[in-house]
Design a protein around this ligand. Structure first.
Ligand SMILES: Cc1ncc(COP(=O)(O)O)c(C=O)c1O
Length: 452
């Protein structure tokens, strides 16, 4: 990708620091002026999609950037601005944009024909790679998204236990139909849900005991991903494991995001074995992907050789592009050594960023594990979704636009997911950009907590 424009460096202005609202008004105005083509594309899209959008997370005001192309760890927007991509497609872009090994695998699959209407030569290879990588997964089935994987896992638990209730947690996100950030979504699937507080051990134990005989499953992310990269504590997750076992419920770990954090997933690092695990994102090599798997006796319910087999359909469950890209990604690129190196890089970066925040006495903290992190504007430590929600969301918006100005692409909610293409130079650029932000916005960042 040739560089047509260097990222514009934001010039700290005294006027911008007068107050947050004034600073926000200024950055929004600059954003509009810089991005006429994105605006035009957005306005045209509004005629055919509600709000010009088919994926809610991508929208932000005044209008979202339209990304025209990506190479390696860089993306270019429709107006020709280049960014270092620290968003990594919300964790699905772990291999960067068009990794040659992935691309070659997809090309080979294309050469053999798309949509073969039969078992193909690739699906069992990817399944084997997944089962070998995640020891709690004896058997696996593929879906087309993480959402579908979680719906299937919960449905499996309901059928296997003959019970109806599912314990989930505020701040959790398991897909568009099982979403608990800022309260349960009105779109949620009609399961009999019990909603607890993430990382509240005593409450979790109480809820499991109170609903025990009716509890089919406990569904939890071992680290909240979209909820703010908030790690589950060992006590909390351990209590869920023990409670589920005690009461005959199934523990489902949603590792759609977190499976990249250790060679065997975050469950390996935590030394907790769930009954079922859901996967998604990068495991399809960047193609549409989801999977659920786990204990052999549970997954055997889907064995079509059984007369009473559960039916799990899905035209694209074994699509050759995903199977090929996923297998190449897991076996040739994201080896256990690569998992370790990527997450070490992420840990180092997060520690460096947090050191800077402390040096500048700013109300900013980067939470997360390894290659996943989120910036929170709070003067008290962020250890729960409630802590994250209490942070200053206006500063988060300011951070987002200021980072864009400095050529750093990240989620509007200030989440970052390092891809394998991010190297030392990109991490140094991120550190410089954050320090620049801390200096230029100093007067807005001093120990401020809670949205005004
Ligand atoms: C933890 C978690 N579970 C499930 C999902 C849903 O996956 P998908 O977007 O592939 O449906 C996501 C997506 O962000 C996720 O972060």
């Amino acid at each position: 990708m040739t560089t047509r424009h260097q990222p514009i460096r934001h010039q700290p202005s005294g006027a911008a620091n007068i107050d947050i609202e004034a600073a926000l008004a200024e950055v929004r105005e600059q954003f509009v002026a810089r991005n006429p083509e994105s605006r035009k594309q957005h306005e045209a899209a509004c005629a055919v999609m509600p709000g010009g959008n088919t994926r809610s997370v991508l929208f932000y005001a005044p209008f979202p950037l339209v990304i025209a192309e990506g190479r390696g760890c860089r993306v270019r927007d429709a107006d020709g601005h280049d960014y270092v991509d620290f968003l990594g497609e919300y964790t699905a872009g772990l291999f960067g944009h068009s990794h040659p090994v992935i691309r070659a695998a997809i090309d080979r699959a294309l050469d053999a024909g798309i949509n073969l209407a039969g078992h193909n030569l690739l699906e069992a290879k990817l399944a084997r790679a997944v089962c070998e990588r995640f020891p709690s997964i004896d058997l696996v089935r593929f879906t087309n998204s993480g959402t579908e994987a979680n719906l299937m896992a919960v449905a499996t638990a309901v059928v296997a236990t003959g019970r109806s209730k599912v314990l989930v947690f505020k701040g959790g996100y398991h897909g568009g139909l099982l979403s608990f950030g800022g309260g349960a979504s009105r779109l949620n699937a009609p399961y009999d849900l019990v909603i607890g507080t993430y990382n509240d051990v005593a409450e979790a134990e109480r809820l499991v005991a109170a609903h025990g005989p009716e509890l089919a499953a406990v569904l939890v992310e071992p680290m909240l991903g979209s909820g703010g990269c908030i790690p589950g504590t060992a006590e909390f997750l351990g209590a869920l494991r023990a409670g589920a076992t005690r009461h005959g419920a199934l523990l489902i770990f949603d590792e759609v995001m977190t499976s990249r954090l250790a060679p065997g997933g975050l469950q390996e690092a935590l030394d907790i074995r769930p009954d079922l695990t859901t996967l998604g994102k990068y495991i399809g090599g960047g193609m549409s992907f989801g999977a659920f798997g786990g204990r052999e006796d549970l997954m055997a319910l889907y064995d079509p050789r059984r007369p009473d087999a559960l039916q799990h359909a899905g035209t694209f469950n074994n699509n050759v592009l995903t199977m090929a890209a996923g297998h190449a990604g897991l076996t040739e690129i994201f080896t256990p050594a690569a998992v370790q190196a990527l997450n070490q890089r992420g840990d180092d970066l997060r520690q460096q960023l947090n050191r800077l925040c402390r040096k500048h006495e700013a109300c900013l903290e980067f939470t997360g594990i390894g290659s996943l992190m989120t910036a929170h504007f709070s003067s008290t430590p962020v250890r729960s979704p409630a802590d994250a929600a209490a942070g200053d969301q206006r500063l988060k918006e300011l951070f987002f636009f200021d980072m864009l100005d400095r050529g750093i692409y990240l989620a509007r909610r200030a989440m970052m997911a390092l891809s394998l293409e991010i190297g030392d130079a990109e991490c140094a650029a991120m550190v410089d950009a954050v320090e620049d932000f801390l200096v230029s916005r100093r007067s807005l960042l001093a120990s401020r907590g809670g949205s005004a």
